[in-house]
Write a protein that binds this ligand. Structure first.
Ligand SMILES: Cc1cc2nc3c(=O)[nH]c(=O)nc-3n(C[C@H](O)[C@H](O)[C@H](O)COP(=O)(O)OP(=O)(O)OC[C@H]3O[C@@H](n4cnc5c(N)ncnc54)[C@H](O)[C@@H]3O)c2cc1C
Length: 364
């Protein structure tokens, strides 16, 4: 998605907001909705390039059976439905950037927190919602001496622009869905077809969908791509360019695979990361909250979803949704300190209908 120019940005580009949500997983997304019902607009930051958190990164096509009133839906469908539901609330998303700094209000920021992301986006936020789940997802790196310096020129952990690999000699490493999907994508006829595709995995069994594995084997039989069981153990370079990867096979023999680009898909590992440095009380790497408002030990900072802990906590999407509702009411006391906030039903409140952009039913 996008980063949109904000009309509330200060002259130096800092964005003023009533609420900043850190994490666009299912709970961060529903937080947008609950804040919206209380007329609090939110900005949302996520380190991933698209919203959905674990539902999209870890199990987009697996069925979920315990979302109330949705007997079954996939991780992707849940995310799409949440995005549709929060559309009227007009949240602004800042994706592909990690929140690195959160500072308490000082004289300069008045009554607002100062927040900065890895891309240098800055906010002054009245309230903060940490919906960081199990942390920000980072790709697991392939660790070979000298490989790092080719990152983003010849070594990639994500495919942002598939067209740039067309006509290249590709080495794809990994045995999960991402590795198989991209190997198949580049090996098959189409505008992005590579000159050659080699899939390298340390064993002959995969966590990817069986249909993708079958397709990969068929393409290997047809000579359209190659699959090698082995491990990358070193690199070859010439004039500062990566020219090949040393691969040690199951027979303990090492040979060099020449390449133009290396695509590594070892999965994502969650890291609590900078959240641990913001002065929030933690218990076993989780943020301690009170269960009346889901506020942390820092007034104005709330924590919802998998990232928080309290007696009886269960890491379920459903629990996160409940937490988001109460946290929104907790935040309203900070954003509108002089205004009483009443609970209203979406069924009957014409004010909420206006916020949701739906027509109020006429009373018979
Ligand atoms: C395989 C699997 C199956 C599951 N099945 C179910 C099920 O059937 N039912 C159920 O209720 N639950 C299920 N769960 C659990 C459920 O997915 C989680 O409870 C839910 O995703 C938590 O949502 P969340 O929004 O709190 O966090 P997450 O989904 O983890 O999202 C957090 C987001 O915050 C971002 N983030 C973190 N730190 C930062 C930072 N500093 N800056 C920017 N972004 C940051 C991350 O990138 C991530 O996108 C399952 C989990 C797994 C792994």
């Amino acid at each position: 998605m996008h980063t949109t120019q904000d009309p509330h940005a200060l002259p130096d580009g800092t964005i003023e907001t009533d609420a900043l949500i850190i994490g666009a997983g299912p709970v961060g997304l529903f937080q947008v909705f609950e804040l919206g019902l209380l007329e609090i607009k939110a900005h949302v930051v996520d380190s991933l390039p698209c919203p959905g958190g674990q539902c999209i990164e870890l199990y987009p096509d697996k069925p979920i059976y315990d979302i109330p009133a949705l007997p079954v839906c996939s991780g992707r469908e849940l995310t799409e439905r949440l995005l549709k539901q929060i559309e009227p609330m007009g949240a602004v998303f800042h994706l592909g950037q990690e929140v690195t700094q959160v500072r308490r209000p000082d004289e300069k920021t008045n009554d607002r927190f100062f927040v900065e992301t890895s891309q240098g986006t800055r906010f002054h936020a009245k309230t903060i919602f940490v919906a960081g789940g199990v942390g920000s997802f980072q790709p697991r790196a392939l660790k070979l001496d000298g490989l790092d310096k080719h990152h983003d020129t010849q070594v990639f952990y994500r495919v942002k622009d598939a067209a740039r690999f067309a006509g290249q000699r590709l080495l794809v490493v990994g045995g999960g869905d991402a590795a198989l999907d991209w190997a198949l994508h580049f090996a098959q006829p189409g505008p992005n077809r590579a000159a050659s595709v080699v899939l390298l995995h340390r064993r002959d069994s995969f966590t990817a969908a069986p249909a993708s594995v079958a397709k990969m084997k068929a393409l290997c039989d047809a000579g359209e791509m190659q699959f090698i069981v082995g491990q990358a153990t070193g690199i070859e370079q010439e004039w500062g360019r990566l020219t090949g990867i040393e691969v040690t096979g199951s027979d303990a023999q090492t040979h060099v695979l020449p390449l133009d680009a290396l695509l590594v898909f070892f999965g994502l590992s969650p890291k609590l990361g900078p959240i641990a440095d913001w002065g929030l009380a933690l218990e076993r790497k989780q943020v301690v909250v009170n269960t009346a408002t889901f506020e942390t030990n820092v007034p104005g900072i709330f924590a919802v979803g998998d990232v928080n802990t309290y007696p009886g906590k269960k890491k379920l999407i459903l629990s996160g949704f409940h937490e988001a509702a109460l946290a929104a009411f907790g935040a309203a006391a900070h954003v509108f300190p002089d205004k009483p906030v009443h609970l209203q039903y979406t069924t009957t409140s014409s004010r909420l209908h206006k916020l949701l952009g739906v027509a109020s039913p006429t009373l018979d």
